[in-house]
Design a protein around this ligand. Structure first.
Ligand code: SF4
Ligand code: SF4
Ligand code: SF4
Length: 258
């Protein structure tokens, strides 16, 4: 019997699922080894659980999604969070730090009916146990292949705990602290081949903070380089601001030179 695998989405842009489709021929190889029983954007099939592996994209942003993710969890042996929306709430979790009415007005303006929002965007882990996170906005499609291969041989993959800086150095990039005075690379999980600094952009931390990050030092260096408090907060909150490791960020930014 092939393992039953289901891919679901909550509030998201579908971008991480599109990355899976971008595997093209490799995806056909994978499909030969699994029984794909749910994948809204990729296959016309929608079977009920139980599932051996559930892969979930998107943040929990509506009441009905709380029930949906709990049901998926109950139905699944292994639950994988796919992409930053699922692992950290993603871009939409900025709503935690903004005036909700202004956001609605900017998004829908006065001419359109405003959508009601019951809860603020949260990662899956706020409501259910997550067995493994495939990080990034979007994910790296090869990360998905690597993780699925490990799961298919009965192993839960181990997380790489290196910062983005490691891959950045391998790529011999000029450091963004020299170029722009800011970068979240030293505090952020690597695995993306330092794609942003390699294209002359600071890392915005989409893969989430390292558990042993030195937040105080990172903030102090950015402040010494003339980056404003507002800009530091905006960078940190862009994708993963609801992570509890950033709980004290406002206080630290305010006292960053102490
Ligand atoms: S993590 Fe990024 S690419 Fe993936 S669904 Fe969310 S917004 Fe889209
Ligand atoms: S550019 Fe960013 S990720 Fe690269 S070495 Fe400098 S601080 Fe680290
Ligand atoms: S460099 Fe940073 S922002 Fe860019 S993909 Fe990697 S973790 Fe995400």
């Amino acid at each position: 019997m092939k393992p039953r695998v289901a891919i679901f989405d909550l509030t998201s842009c579908d971008g991480c699922q599109v990355e899976i489709l971008n595997l093209e021929d490799h995806l056909l190889d994978i499909l030969g080894k699994i029984d794909l029983v749910n994948f809204r954007i990729g296959k016309e099939v929608k079977e009920p659980g139980p599932y051996d592996i559930a892969i979930v994209e998107g943040s929990v942003s509506k009441e009905e999604e709380i029930e949906k993710i709990k049901k998926i969890r109950d139905d699944s042996k292994i639950l994988i969070a796919l992409g930053t929306c699922a692992t950290h709430g993603g871009l939409q979790s900025n709503i935690h730090f903004m005036d909700e009415n202004e956001v609605k007005k900017a998004a829908y303006n006065d001419k359109h009916p405003q959508q009601t929002r019951d809860i603020k965007a949260e990662p899956l882990s706020k409501y259910v146990k997550v067995d493994y996170s495939i990080r990034g906005c979007p994910i790296d499609k090869w990360d998905f292949v690597k993780v699925l291969k490990q799961l298919l041989i009965g192993k839960l993959p181990k997380e790489d705990n290196n910062p983005v800086c490691v891959e950045c150095r391998f790529n011999e990039n000029v450091c963004q602290f020299e170029e722009k005075g800011k970068c979240l690379g030293p505090m952020t999980h690597g695995g993306c081949n330092a794609v942003c600094p390699s294209n002359n952009q600071p890392c915005d931390g989409c893969r989430g903070p390292l558990e042993d990050l030195n937040l105080k030092a990172g903030i102090r260096i950015m402040k010494e380089n003339g980056v404003s408090d507002e800009e530091i907060l905006k960078m940190v909150r862009k994708y993963t601001g609801v992570d509890e490791l950033y709980n004290k960020i406002e206080e630290l930014v305010k006292n960053g030179n102490n």
